[in-house]
Design a protein around this ligand. Structure first.
Ligand code: PAF
Length: 301
């Protein structure tokens, strides 16, 4: 047993030495690296991910490289934020390809913590943000944001980065994390980055690879219906009517249902019934085995 573990560890160490970019799997090693950068007076950015990197993640890495001297990308498929075991099981795991995508960009370290570096035996702490975690994805995915907040707290504390880059694609997550670092005085600046989309409007997501051809063809209807609703509201249509019409369009395009479609305040996510201040239209809808989410800005005309 020990011999197998030792040779598996040796094989991985050899693979890591060969990886496209330096890989750290232990927080001690990561901290030593960050301490060295600090001694050299370099600023540090972090891009937290669960891997299966696509152009959306790469845009965060580019933003981090533009804003910081050194960039850590973290890769950890966090079991605590999956409320559906099947989703966790099917989540794509593509570490080698991820490292290869990061190398040409110039990211400095890929941190792939061993599970016990995040959740050691006896781990008993949950970080929970009230208010902004409620409703929207907080209703459809019970426990999800507690899982996100717990792992993000750990990743921010382990990396001790100056700036952390999060996509607006997960707008509620961005709001939750912003609240989290403010409330806990975690010394990091949260930098929001615009959603990256396919040419037809579909927001990039690691889960899109699970869409069948037919589902992929229907998927952009979500964003199209949302954009139409925002145009209508900006032109003076009542919010409730514009949302009802958008739901109708989404279902007509082949989505079996709409989990939520709501107009919320851009800052703090309070529910809104009139477009009278900067807002965000947010939606989630299932399509095949995938749950698509999207959001767009909705500013008064
Ligand atoms: O957005 C994600 O990929 C995850 O929620 C995050 C922030 C990496 C935490 O696991």
């Amino acid at each position: 047993m020990t011999a197998v573990t030792a040779s598996a560890a040796e094989a991985r160490a050899a693979a890591d030495a060969d990886a496209a970019i330096p890989i750290q799997r232990r927080k001690a090693g990561l901290r030593a690296q960050v301490a060295q950068w600090r001694r050299e007076g370099l600023s540090v950015g972090v891009v937290p991910t669960m891997g299966a990197l696509h152009e959306g993640h790469l845009s965060l890495v580019r933003a981090a490289l533009a804003g910081c001297d050194r960039v850590i990308v973290t890769l950890f498929v966090n079991p605590k934020q999956f409320n559906d075991p099947k989703d966790l099981e099917n989540y794509p795991r593509t570490e080698r390809a991820d490292a290869e995508k990061l190398a040409p960009l110039g990211a400095h370290v890929l941190y792939v913590p061993e599970p016990e570096e995040i959740y050691p035996d006896g781990f008993a702490t949950t970080v929970s943000v009230e208010g902004v975690s409620g409703g929207l994805c907080g209703d459809g995915r019970p426990g999800h944001f507690d899982g996100v907040c717990t792992v993000v707290s750990k990743l921010l504390l382990q990396t001790a980065a100056d700036r952390a880059y999060f996509g607006e694609k997960d707008y509620q997550q961005l709001q939750v994390v912003t609240r989290l670092v403010r409330d806990l005085d975690i010394p990091v600046e949260i930098v929001p980055c615009a959603t990256v989309r396919e040419a037809d409007g579909l927001a990039l997501s690691s889960r899109n690879v699970r869409l069948t051809e037919g589902e992929r063809a229907a998927a952009p209807a979500l964003n199209a219906a949302m954009r139409h609703a925002v145009e209508e509201m900006r032109a003076g249509a009542p919010v409730a009517g514009a949302l009802a019409e958008a739901r109708r369009r989404i279902v007509a395009a082949g989505f079996p249902s709409v989990e939520y479609l709501e107009l919320r305040a851009a800052d703090g996510l309070a529910p809104m019934t009139a477009l009278d201040r900067p807002a965000r239209l947010l939606a989630a809808a299932p399509l095949g085995s995938v749950r698509l989410i999207d959001n767009i800005a909705a500013d008064p005309a």
